[in-house]
Design a protein around this ligand. Structure first.
Ligand SMILES: CC(=O)CC(=O)O
Length: 703
């Protein structure tokens, strides 16, 4: 089986030479006297001349700040996390708010309809209004004692106020920490206790699945949990962002309303020039900007600290040079505030584009988001592979909506299966750039993804992103051949490598800082020597059209299956099942599945166990099981055929919608349920069944 597609591309850019990528290439050629011709030439140059490349990105994307004279040591190699732009000064939020237009919308906020409010009003905010809001918040945060390096946390929905609070925090050098309102309070305690926020912004209620959910009880539980650990934020600010009348009946008297907090800032005017401008705290390139958390399904979530300059430069590169996003784009990403795609979306402010924030279920009414595309003129539509998978089972947007404004569709979260590429081009839009993108929380950006100068091939991510020296490594720690599966590594430093795990030096006692450093090294640099190990199983495809190869995601590395010494990613099975058994209503339909390895032969070998969830009321018959095995055998190999196929009622997912293969693997191999961190899962209750089945399966092997 070949990994790369032999088919014609599903999408071809019309005039690639007019794309931003090629304009950037031309600039490099003219300023440095080079003669780079193709994307591949540019990519190779960008990863071998990291100093010239990232310096040119700064200039090309018009970063606001003082660049200084240093970029990075070209010969630096991981695990060394070298200083970047060591004499630069910048402020991330200043770069987000360079547009000050009173006409241009920074945000349109949409909420899920409810039976009581079937056509909820859109909230809108221009760039000028946003600037003024952030200015008031800056003053209020300073008035209330915020200092650079203090953490400001949010337990919020995806609303305008939440973004404004993030911008204001960054404007004065604070560090932003975000948890989504749909996280259980236990999980949020686990995150916030590690970073000890001075301020907490929280919403009073959210709307999901057409119902209003009061958020205040979860906030009380969070604060009580923090108090037990002797952590007391000095201020809790309550946001009301739903289109309903505000109710303060269940508030604590110590809390302050958003409006009161803003008024305080408006009066104090701290941190503003006499004409009312924000006095940006321009810090170093490496100044911490925000802390994101790993999903932490079996341990405490890791607090990953990202630097302001790295986040800014990387986002500008991704949007402007790779994606060709523009100020007139209307940019939507379906995300909560607890997923890095929120940070990705918010960075779109740096373009002066209009961002669409949506809070609510994306699928209860599958037409709703597509209606928004037409109503708001959305040009960039971002989502997850899981959403597209669910949507494909029963809805064809193209039959009901014009969607003429769409230019790009992005998908991430898990590998985008090849049939979903067909679905997008057949049933959503025949001529969009479908950007399957990948990176993750650890880098809060992309390793591989979209490029407006390149074609889209079925099942493949278009390219390795400029400046990101990723390779697929064989277990021996050497590069795999094109089309050969291996481990995603990055062999050169990049500016959005995290600064470390919290606490950084200067923020805690030495032993805690040292422990965080060790945890950081172990997370990324212990698998192979001298390279960043990302934990994804991938293949880099062979080069076509002189563009260099694309990337195929094969699953998480710790979920790699290895029966009889044949290693393959779980995506190889999911792709077959998606292709053959995803039609809703068909006799043989699989609603969802998860494949994991179970140790056998006294731990010397592994067998594949496939769990399948079927539509309500259906049972896994012997005939259906036979069909699944036959399709896998025919489309993959006899070695791919699962030893056991077991029906389950639910497949476990993290709060950010990722299947938790590693956890299921551990459980069926005997790990106790107590080793699971339930706060990180959206449906932890289903794990008990896997534990029971695991016990039976182990007994079966002992016989
Ligand atoms: C860009 C990504 O990789 C996002 C994610 O899967 O968490």
């Amino acid at each position: 089986m070949s990994i790369s597609s032999f088919d014609a591309p599903l999408y071809q850019p019309k005039n690639p030479e007019e794309s931003a990528t090629f304009r950037f290439l031309a600039r490099i050629n003219s300023t440095l006297g080079l003669s780079l011709k193709s994307y591949h030439d540019l990519y190779i140059w960008s990863t071998t001349h990291i100093d010239d490349f990232w310096g040119a990105v700064w200039d090309f994307t018009n970063i606001i700040g003082d660049k200084g004279s240093h970029v990075v040591e070209r010969s630096a190699l991981p695990p060394h996390n070298p200083p970047w732009f060591s004499d630069a000064r910048l402020n991330w939020a200043e770069n987000m708010l360079h547009c000050r237009s009173a006409d241009k919308l920074a945000f349109i906020q949409a909420t899920e309809p409810t039976p009581e409010d079937p056509t909820p009003e859109l909230r809108k905010c221009t760039y000028l209004q946003l600037y003024n809001l952030v200015a008031d918040l800056v003053s209020s945060l300073l008035q209330n004692g915020l200092k650079p390096g203090d953490r400001v946390a949010s337990y919020s929905s995806n609303c305008i106020e939440n973004v404004a609070a993030c911008l204001a925090t960054a404007a004065v050098g604070g560090i932003w920490v975000s948890a989504a309102a749909d996280f259980g309070s236990e999980g949020v305690i686990e995150r916030f206790e590690q970073v000890q926020p001075k301020f907490i912004f929280a919403v009073d209620e959210v709307i999901y699945n057409a119902k209003v959910h009061r958020h205040i009880p979860k906030l009380f539980a969070l604060l009580a949990g923090l108090q037990q650990k002797s952590i007391a934020p000095s201020k809790v600010i309550i946001i009301h962002a739903t289109p309903r009348v505000e109710d303060r009946g269940d508030w604590s008297p110590e809390w302050v309303s958003w409006d009161a907090f803003i008024s305080e800032g408006r009066e104090s005017k701290l941190g503003r020039t006499p004409s009312g401008e924000i006095e940006w705290n321009r810090g170093s390139f490496d100044a911490p900007l925000w802390i994101l958390f790993s999903s932490g399904t079996t341990g405490r979530p890791k607090p990953i600290v990202h630097r302001a300059g790295g986040m800014l430069l990387q986002a500008k590169k991704e949007f402007i040079i790779c994606g060709d996003l523009r100020p007139d784009d209307v940019f939507f990403y379906y995300t909560t505030t607890g997923w890095m795609m929120w940070n990705f979306l918010v960075s779109g402010l740096s373009l002066g584009a209009t961002l669409v924030l949506y809070d609510g279920s994306p699928l209860r009414d599958p037409s709703y988001l597509w209606k928004l595309v037409d109503d708001l003129g959305i040009t960039i539509f971002g989502t997850s592979a899981k959403y597209l998978d669910q949507l494909s089972k029963g809805y064809r947007p193209r039959e009901n909506h014009d969607l003429t404004t769409l230019r790009h569709i992005y998908s991430t979260g898990s590998p985008l299966a090849p049939p979903l590429f067909d679905y997008v081009y057949e049933h959503i839009h025949e001529n969009v750039l479908l950007g399957s993108i990948t990176g993750g929380t650890d880098i809060c950006s992309l390793f591989a993804g979209m490029c407006s100068a390149l074609p889209v091939y079925r099942g493949e991510i278009q390219c390795r992103m400029l400046g990101m020296a990723i390779e697929s490594f064989a277990p021996t720690g050497t590069p795999s051949q094109p089309d050969e599966a291996g481990e995603l590594v990055c062999i050169k430093p990049f500016p959005c490598m995290p600064l470390g795990f919290w606490p950084l030096p200067g923020f805690a006692a030495d032993p805690d800082v040292e422990a965080a450093k060790v945890r950081y090294q172990q997370a990324y640099f212990s698998e192979f020597e001298g390279v960043w190990y990302h934990g994804d199983h991938i293949a880099i495809t062979r080069s076509r059209d002189g563009n260099g190869g694309g990337v195929v995601m094969l699953g998480r590395s710790d979920g790699v299956l290895n029966p009889g010494g044949i290693r393959f990613g779980s995506a190889e099975l999911y792709d077959v099942l998606d292709l053959c058994f995803s039609g809703s209503g068909a006799e043989h339909t699989i609603a969802d599945c998860i494949a994991v390895g179970q140790k056998c032969d006294n731990g010397m070998d592994e067998r594949v166990v496939l769990f399948v969830k079927l539509p309500e009321g259906r049972d896994l018959s012997a005939d259906f099981e036979k069909k699944i095995k036959a399709e896998i055998r025919n489309r993959r190999s006899p070695r791919h055929v699962p030893s056991r196929i077991i029906q389950v009622t639910d497949i476990p997912y993290t709060l950010n919608g990722k299947r938790v293969e590693v956890l299921v693997k551990k459980i069926i191999n005997g790990a106790p349920l107590t080793s699971v961190n339930p706060a990180t899962l959206s449906n932890p209750e289903c794990l008990a069944f896997y534990a029971d089945v695991g016990a039976v399966l182990r007994l079966e092997l002992e016989k």
